[in-house]
Design a protein around this ligand. Structure first.
Ligand code: MN
Length: 737
C-alpha cells in the first residue's frame, strides 16, 4: 500500500508520461490545498480523505489523459462540497475554470436519483451531460464514481445497492457513450457485484477456475489466426478479449442460458484495410475453424441502424469451445468504438444525419489518448450536445425534458394541461419565482395550483417556449372561453334583437331558426354566439341578416293576404262596375259643352286623374274618355273625316272619384320570388289590387298584367317607379290601345 506521498508521486509520474507540458507546480498546489482542506476527514475505510481525490486524479490522468486543469479539478473535486473552501477561493488560487469544473462536479453530486423507468433514466443521463457544460466535468465525475465503486466495500449494504443501481443506470451508459469502454465494463462489473452478489460470484469463480485454460486458448487462437493471415499477405491487427462478467451475466439472464451455453465468451477482432479483405479474412477463418450454423451476420452488407458495420461469425475452436470473430475495416472500427456517442441522439430522435460533427470532440478526445498535446485541445471541448434542451426535476424526482429557455409555464403544461390551467405560481428549488423565470438544468420545479385559478392568461402564450404549452393554452382559450363567449354573444345578440323590435321567440321558432342559420356561417346558434362573443362576428350583422329574413317572411304572409284580398273585391266588383253610388254623373270629368252626359273610361288606356285626356262621343254610350296618348285617340284617328266631329275636349274636374281602375304591364327577367317582391311593393305602397296575372315567355321573361285602383297619375307614377326598382324588372308601362 502506497502512502499518500507515494501516491502523489505516482500521479506526477503518470502525468509526465503523457503530458510533459503539464503544469506540475499548480497541480502540486492543488494537491496541497485539497490535503489541507480535507485534513482530519476520513473515508469509510479509515484512510485519510485525500486518498480519494488523489485516486480520482490518477484515473483522470491514467485512463483519460486529461489536461492539467482537469487533474487539478479532480484533486479539488470535493473541497467546495465537503470543506469550507469556496468557489471564489479556488478561482483565485488556481483559475476560474478549475473552480467551475469543481463546482460542476459538485452540482452533479448533489443530484438525487431514484430508479425510474427507462425514459426517465435516459433523461437523467442527458441532464448530467447537459449540466456538465464542459465535457471535463462529466469525465471527472465518472472517474470519481469509478473510485467510489472500487472502494464500495466499506459502505453499508443499502448504500452499496443504491450507488450500484445508480452506476448501472446512469454512469455506465454515459461512459459507454463517451467511448470509455474499459471504464464502462469496470463500472458494470462493480455494480453487479453489489446488485447480485451470488450471480456475480458464480460467473467470476467459474471464469477464474478456467482462467488458465481460457488464457491459453486465447493465445493459441490469436496466434493461429495471425499466422494464417500473414501467410495470405493480408495486413491486419488481431486481438482477443473475454466477455466481462456483467456482459456474460446479462446474456445468461436475457437468454436464460447457462455459462456453458454462451457461445461468445471469447471474441476475436480482426481489423483490416479494405472491405474486400474483410471477406477474405472471413474465408480464412471459416477454413481454419468450423462455422457454427446460423451465427454468421453480415453487418457490412446490411449495417445496423446506428451505422455499425462488421462481419460477425461464430466458429468452433479446435478445443471444442466456440468463439466469435468480428471482422471490420479500420474505418468501421473507429465508428464502432467512438461513434456510439455520435449516435446518442440518433437513437433518441430516429434522425442521425448531420449530428456526427457535433460529437467530433469524442473522437478527438479518444484519438488524443494516443499521444499529442493534452493541453491543446481539451479547452474547447464544451458540451453543446443538449444546448437546445433543459432538464429539470419534479418534486418527486422525475425528470422533465423541456426546450432551452423553458419557464414554469412550460413545465406545468408538460406535467399535465390541468396543472397548467390551474397554476397560480411556481417554486424553483424551494423559492417562489415569477412565471417567466428561465429554468436551468437540475432545477427542482414545483407548480402551485388552485382550484379557483382563473386559467392561463394570453401573456402566457408569449412566455411559454414549448409548442406543447402554447397549444394547450390555445386549446384552453378555445374551449374554456367558448362558454364565456357563448354567454357574451347571446347577451349582445338579444340586446340587438330588442333594439330592432324582434322577439327572441320569433327567432327561435322552428319555422324561422333553420332559415336564419342558413343566413349565417354557423351550424348552431351557440356557434354563432361564440363567434359574436369572440369578436369574429357582430351581433348587428347577425340581427340584420335575421331581420331581413323575418321581414321577408312577414312580407310573404302579407303577400298571401294581399292576394286573398285582391281576389275578393275583384269578384265583388265585376257586377258593380261602374259603381253607381260613388260615381258622379260626370265621374270627375268635365266634358266641354256638355252637362250631365254619360261618361265612361276607355278600357284600352284606363286614364286616371292627371292624365291628359280626350273624349269621344260614342253612339249611345255617352262620352268615352281616352288618354291623349292612347293609340285609339291618336291624331290620325282624331283627324279622320268620318269621326272628326265626335272628338271633344274633356278635362278632370276638381271633384274626382276616390280611385280609378287602371292597368300596368311589368316586364321582368323571370326569377324566383319575383311575384313575391312585386306583391310586396304593391302592399307597401298601399295599392289596391284588382287583379294580377302573369305569364312567362320562352326566353325566360315574365310579363305581368296588373289591375289596380289608383287615385291619380302622381300615385301611379310613384307606384311605377317603385315597381321599376325591383330586381329583374326591365320595364313598367301603362298598356294602351
Ligand atoms: Mn468524490
Amino acid at each position: 500500500m502506497l502512502n499518500i506521498q507515494e501516491q502523489y508521486d505516482y500521479l506526477e509520474k503518470t502525468i509526465r508520461e503523457y503530458n510533459p507540458g503539464a503544469d506540475l507546480q499548480q497541480i502540486r498546489a492543488a494537491f496541497d490545498f485539497a490535503d489541507k482542506a480535507h485534513a482530519g476527514q476520513k473515508r469509510k475505510s479509515g484512510e485519510p480523505y485525500i486518498t480519494h481525490p488523489l485516486a480520482v486524479a490518477q484515473i483522470v490522468a491514467e485512463e483519460l489523459h486529461l489536461d492539467s486543469e482537469s487533474i487539478m479539478a479532480a484533486l479539488l473535486h470535493d473541497v467546495i462540497e465537503d470543506t469550507p473552501a469556496t468557489h471564489e477561493e479556488v478561482a483565485r488560487l488556481f483559475s476560474p475554470t478549475v473552480a467551475d469544473l469543481v463546482e460542476g462536479v459538485s452540482k452533479l453530486t448533489r443530484i438525487q436519483y431514484a430508479t425510474k423507468e427507462d425514459e426517465q433514466m435516459e433523461n437523467l443521463r442527458k441532464m448530467l451531460i447537459a449540466m456538465s457544460k464542459d465535457i471535463r466535468v462529466i469525465l471527472i465525475k465518472i472517474s470519481d464514481r469509478l473510485h467510489n465503486m472500487r472502494t464500495m466495500e466499506y459502505q453499508s449494504p443499502a448504500k452499496q445497492k443504491q450507488k450500484s443501481l445508480e452506476t448501472m443506470e446512469i454512469y455506465a451508459p454515459i461512459a459507454h457513450r463517451l467511448g470509455m469502454q474499459r471504464v464502462k465494463w469496470e463500472l458494470e462489473d462493480l455494480s453487479l457485484k453489489y446488485l447480485d452478489p451470488i450471480g456475480y460470484d458464480e460467473i467470476v469463480s467459474r471464469l477464474d477456475a478456467k482462467r488458465p485454460e481460457y488464457d491459453a486458448l486465447m493465445e493459441r487462437t490469436q496466434a493461429q489466426i495471425h499466422q494464417r493471415l500473414q501467410e495470405m499477405g493480408i495486413p491486419h491487427v488481431v486481438y482477443g478479449r473475454m466477455k466481462h462478467p456483467y456482459s456474460i451475466y446479462r446474456k445468461m439472464f436475457n437468454q436464460n442460458k447457462s455459462l456453458d451455453e454462451i457461445f461468445d465468451l471469447f471474441a476475436f477482432r480482426v481489423v483490416v484495410d479494405t472491405v474486400g479483405d474483410c471477406y477474405n479474412v472471413l474465408g480464412v477463418i471459416h477454413d481454419i475453424y468450423k462455422p457454427v450454423p446460423g451465427r454468421f451476420k453480415d453487418y457490412i452488407g446490411t449495417p445496423k441502424p446506428n451505422g455499425y458495420q462488421s462481419l460477425h461469425t461464430t466458429v468452433m475452436g479446435s478445443d471444442g469451445i466456440p468463439f466469435e470473430v468480428q471482422i471490420r475495416t479500420k474505418e468501421m472500427h473507429e465508428i464502432a468504438e467512438y461513434g456510439v456517442a455520435a449516435h446518442w441522439k440518433y437513437k433518441q430522435n430516429g434522425q442521425g444525419a448531420g449530428t456526427e460533427g457535433k460529437y467530433e470532440w469524442v473522437r478527438k478526445l479518444l484519438e488524443n489518448q494516443d499521444g499529442a498535446d493534452a493541453e491543446e485541445f481539451i479547452h474547447s471541448l464544451k458540451i453543446d450536445m443538449f444546448s437546445d434542451e433543459v432538464f429539470v426535476f419534479t418534486p418527486n424526482g422525475d425528470v422533465q425534458n423541456l426546450p432551452a429557455g423553458a419557464t414554469p409555464i412550460d413545465f406545468a403544461y408538460a406535467i399535465h394541461s390541468a396543472v397548467g390551467n390551474r397554476m397560480v405560481g411556481a417554486k424553483v428549488n424551494g423559492r417562489i419565482v415569477t412565471l417567466d423565470h428561465v429554468l436551468k438544468n437540475g432545477d427542482i420545479v414545483e407548480i402551485l395550483t388552485s382550484k379557483s385559478a382563473k386559467g392561463p392568461s394570453r401573456d402566457w402564450m408569449k412566455i411559454a417556449k414549448s409548442n406543447e404549452a402554447r397549444s394547450k393554452i390555445r386549446q384552453w382559450f378555445k374551449k374554456e372561453k367558448k362558454e364565456e363567449n357563448i354567454a357574451n354573444g347571446r347577451a349582445s345578440f338579444e340586446a340587438e334583437l330588442k333594439h330592432c323590435g324582434i322577439a327572441m321567440k320569433d327567432v327561435l321558432s322552428p319555422e324561422i331558426l333553420p332559415l336564419l342559420l342558413k343566413k349565417v356561417p354557423y351550424g348552431t346558434l351557440d356557434e354563432m354566439y361564440a363567434a359574436i362573443g369572440y369578436g369574429g362576428f357582430s351581433a348587428q350583422r347577425a340581427v340584420s341578416r335575421i331581420q331581413g329574413e323575418l321581414q321577408r317572411i312577414a312580407k310573404q304572409r302579407q303577400q298571401e293576404k294581399a292576394v286573398e284580398e285582391a281576389m275578393e273585391p275583384r269578384q265583388e266588383d265585376q257586377p258593380k262596375a261602374p259603381e253607381p253610388k260613388r260615381v258622379k254623373a260626370e265621374q270627375g270629368i268635365i266634358v266641354e259643352g256638355l252637362d250631365n252626359c254619360l261618361v265612361k273610361f276607355s278600357k284600352c288606356c284606363t286614364p286616371v286623374p292627371g292624365d291628359e285626356i280626350v273624349g269621344f262621343i260614342t253612339r249611345g254610350y255617352g262620352v268615352s274618355v281616352h288618354r291623349a296618348d292612347c293609340p285609339n285617340a291618336s291624331p290620325e284617328k282624331r283627324s279622320r273625316p268620318d269621326q272628326a266631329g265626335r272628338w271633344i275636349k274633356v278635362s278632370w274636374g276638381s271633384d274626382t272619384n276616390d280611385s280609378y281602375p287602371t292597368s300596368l304591364e311589368v316586364v321582368a327577367k323571370d326569377r324566383p320570388n319575383l311575384l313575391l317582391d312585386i306583391s310586396t311593393a304593391l302592399s307597401t305602397t298601399n295599392t289596391f289590387v284588382l287583379g294580377l296575372n302573369s305569364r312567362s315567355t320562352e326566353d325566360n321573361f315574365a310579363i305581368l298584367r296588373l289591375e289596380v285602383r289608383i287615385r291619380d297619375s302622381a300615385q301611379l307614377t310613384s307606384l311605377m317607379n317603385r315597381l321599376h326598382q325591383i330586381s329583374g324588372v326591365l320595364n313598367v308601362t301603362r298598356p294602351a290601345g
